[in-house]
Design a protein around this ligand. Structure first.
Ligand code: 0X9
Ligand code: ZN
Length: 301
């Protein structure tokens, strides 16, 4: 089982998920799609029956951001094993769709070949490999924050949904989107809570509601260790960037609250290499914030 003081390989994460699925009847295996190299995008659905609102958790779309799969796996673990009433209630009140590693080929590559790999592993030509899966979604594709050079870390692919990972996962998300209340995407780093959209600082859709709920959640996140997150839309809080998953979900589906966490650290010198002794503190504070997101979403309707 997981001890949350080390980062785990894809095989370890997938076999741990299988153990949970065979131990808890409310947990079932879901396959959200398939990678270029043919691996399943494996998830856990946690459903006790009767819940009519869904929460979707997307981890690991950028493979070097190892704290993201660790966070998403931890949330699944807590929902299934925690004795805390508020967490047990959250597990029963929602229908959870949880995908710790949505870029499995890239994740493996960061263990075997290049710790700093971000994209998927599809060869573009004889010399260049990989598409940024968070620039490949069909919403304002190639409008901002991407490079048409296939060597670039923000290469958005030859067209929207050109990649098997985004094409299959978006089809899956659409197929279960009825009643989806939350879509949460997990990245690192920067300690930000981002909301759509990435092409404009205009307060589109339910921006004010989402900002208020998000700020309250980041207040809850800060209580345990004082960790400070900044909340804002993508364009105002980091940079203009389009073709990301949260923009597609908010732009194309009817999902009320859509956020992207940029997890620990905020220090660029640490960057993607978050020390393992910060995994558990990160996971605990993020879990606090998710409970507050849920609480606030019911208070503000
Ligand atoms: O640039 C990204 O894809 C994300 N930052 S990261 O450092 N993890 O690469 C931010 C994603 C923001 N979301 C959208 N662009 N929609
Ligand atoms: Zn990222």
């Amino acid at each position: 089982s997981m001890t949350w003081n080390a980062y785990y390989t894809l095989d370890d994460i997938y076999s741990w998920m299988e153990d949970l699925i065979s131990s808890y009847p409310e947990a079932t295996e879901i396959i959200g799609g398939i990678s270029y190299e043919g691996r399943p995008i494996k998830g856990i659905r946690i459903y006790h029956g009767r819940a009519n609102k869904k929460i979707f958790l997307e981890g690991g779309i950028h493979s070097r951001e190892w704290i993201s799969p660790a966070t998403v796996a931890y949330i699944a673990n807590e929902l299934l094993t925690s004795p805390i009433d508020e967490i047990r209630d959250a597990a029963r009140e929602y229908d959870w769709y949880i995908f710790p590693v949505t870029n499995p080929d890239g994740y493996i590559w960061t263990f075997t070949n290049n710790r700093m790999w971000r994209k998927n592993r599809r060869p573009i030509n004889a010399q260049q490999t990989g598409v940024d899966l968070n620039r490949n979604w069909n919403n304002n594709w190639l409008v901002a924050g991407a490079s048409i050079d296939p060597s670039s870390d923000t290469y958005p692919g030859p067209g929207p949904f050109s990649e098997p990972e985004t094409r299959t996962l978006s089809t899956y998300i659409r197929s279960i989107s009825d009643g989806m209340e939350f879509y949460l995407s997990f990245h690192s780093y920067g300690q930000l809570l981002l909301l759509p959209f990435g092409n404009t600082t205009e307060p589109l859709a339910n921006y004010f509601e989402a900002i208020n709920i998000g700020r309250r959640a980041m207040g809850a996140l800060s209580v345990r260790y004082g960790t400070q997150y900044v909340t804002g839309n993508v364009a105002e809080a980091i940079y203009h960037a389009t073709g990301g998953s949260i923009d597609w979900v908010k732009g194309h589906l009817d999902v009320r609250l859509v956020y992207c966490y940029e997890l620990r650290p905020d220090d660029w010198r640490v960057g993607f290499i978050l020390p393992p002794d910060e995994i558990l503190p990160n996971n605990l504070e993020v879990m606090d914030s998710i409970l507050e997101l849920i609480y606030m979403s019911k208070r503000i309707t």
